[in-house]
Design a protein around this ligand. Structure first.
Ligand SMILES: [Zn+2]
Length: 385
């Protein structure tokens, strides 16, 4: 008997696996995967505060040892529930009402993980073991810092000859309904911390002080006015965008000229840039103002793109075969673990609906969960045809 997506999802939701905790979620999943003939490797990475025990649970499961090799990537950790009393049925008490399944992770993304497991078991039941390999890379560190999850499992996979030919990330990729979008890339992210220093003093004696704030304002103007001309977007990406996120002086007195002012901004950038190129560009703009400043930048991830080709075609066709709609290849939204996988093989994101993710009463309809399972099964059929 093949796995039921709803039954497996309910078992997973019952585990309060708030990142980086697992609470038995991956054990339950592994039991189901082993049942259908997959070999499971539990791969905990990272240390606890005392530097002793591995903290973040990860799971790699594979069936088959030859190519072609399709890898599904997902996570079993979830974001915190928020105020428990605001949940209609509780975050870890899966409940179906009028065809809607409620519970933390229903959409992001235990629902997708259960759907892929159900799809693979239905595929095996109908067609036998795939002529090649199917694997699942499941992390418990996607909603957290993502340091001891996918990135480390990929290194382990490389060491042990498990690098796939293509990867499918099951993050919720649709705004409102199945068939809308698949993600073929993501923008990069750069955070900048800008400090302008002066000399503290009394507002009544400005000659004895040096107010840094007019210069901070001028520097920020140079950066934010340039926002419009960072670029105009590219074939698959929207224009890069700079957002000021905070301006801090921390001055509580109205008769003191502050010693320094600091601003933080984040830029989501497209494939016209790399983090390094963008850093240089920002410094050129700031240098042109003649202001003495300190800028520290950190790059959370570079932008990446899986160019439309055979793999994106398969995913698009599978979605169309099930939903009747051809999904748009998109690069919008926040970042995901696909940013690590893209360094190894072509990666496409195709999953559930993101309308209720990270919210109170997160949910997914039973119909969508069954259709997502059908989409994943169709992807397997088209890939191994
Ligand atoms: Zn997610």
């Amino acid at each position: 008997m093949s796995i039921s997506v709803i039954e497996l999802l309910e078992h997973l939701i019952e585990c309060p696996s708030v990142t980086p905790k697992d609470e038995g979620a991956q054990e339950k999943l592994a039991a189901a995967l082993e049942n259908m003939g997959m070999t499971c490797h539990h791969l905990p990475f990272g240390e606890d505060e005392e530097g002793r025990n591995a903290r973040v649970p990860n799971l790699f499961a594979r069936i088959g040892s030859d190519g072609p090799h399709l890898c599904y990537a997902g996570h079993t950790d979830v974001v915190p529930p928020g105020p428990l009393d605001q949940w209609t049925y509780g975050p870890y008490n899966p409940h179906i009402e009028n065809g809607v399944l409620y519970g933390r992770g229903a959409s992001d993304m235990k629902g997708s993980v259960a759907a892929f497991a159900a799809a693979l078991s239905a595929y095996i039941e109908e067609h036998g073991a795939p002529k090649g390999s199917v694997s699942m890379l499941i992390t418990g560190d996607e909603e957290g810092p993502a340091l001891n999850g996918t990135i480390k499992v990929l290194e382990w996979m490389k060491e042990h000859g498990h690098i796939p030919d293509v990867a499918l990330v099951g993050e919720p990729s649709n705004p409102d309904h199945l068939g809308q979008e698949i993600k073929i890339g993501r923008r990069g992210s750069l955070t900048g911390r800008l400090t302008v220093k002066g000399k503290q003093g009394h507002v009544a004696y400005p000659k004895r002080a040096d107010n840094p704030l007019p210069r901070l304002v001028q520097a920020l103007a140079a950066l934010t006015l340039s926002q419009m001309v960072l670029d105009e977007g590219s074939k698959f990406f929207q224009p890069s965008n700079l957002e000021l996120t905070t301006i801090d002086v921390g001055n509580t007195a109205d008769n003191v000229i502050p010693e320094s002012g600091r601003a933080v901004f984040n830029i989501r950038f497209n494939d016209n840039w790399t983090g390094e190129k963008l850093d240089k560009h920002l410094r050129t703009l700031l240098d042109e103002t003649g202001i003495d400043y300190d800028l520290k930048t950190t790059v959370g991830g570079e932008s990446f793109l899986t160019r439309p080709g055979p793999w994106t075609d398969i995913v698009q066709k599978a979605v169309k075969d099930v939903t009747g709609k051809t999904p748009t290849p998109s690069t919008t939204g926040g970042t995901s673990d696909a940013r690590f996988i893209t360094n190894y093989c072509p990666v496409v994101e195709c999953g559930a609906i993101n309308a209720t993710i990270h919210q109170i009463d997160e949910n997914a309809t039973v119909e969508d969960l069954e259709n997502l399972t059908a989409i994943y099964k169709r992807i397997l059929e088209l890939y191994f045809a």
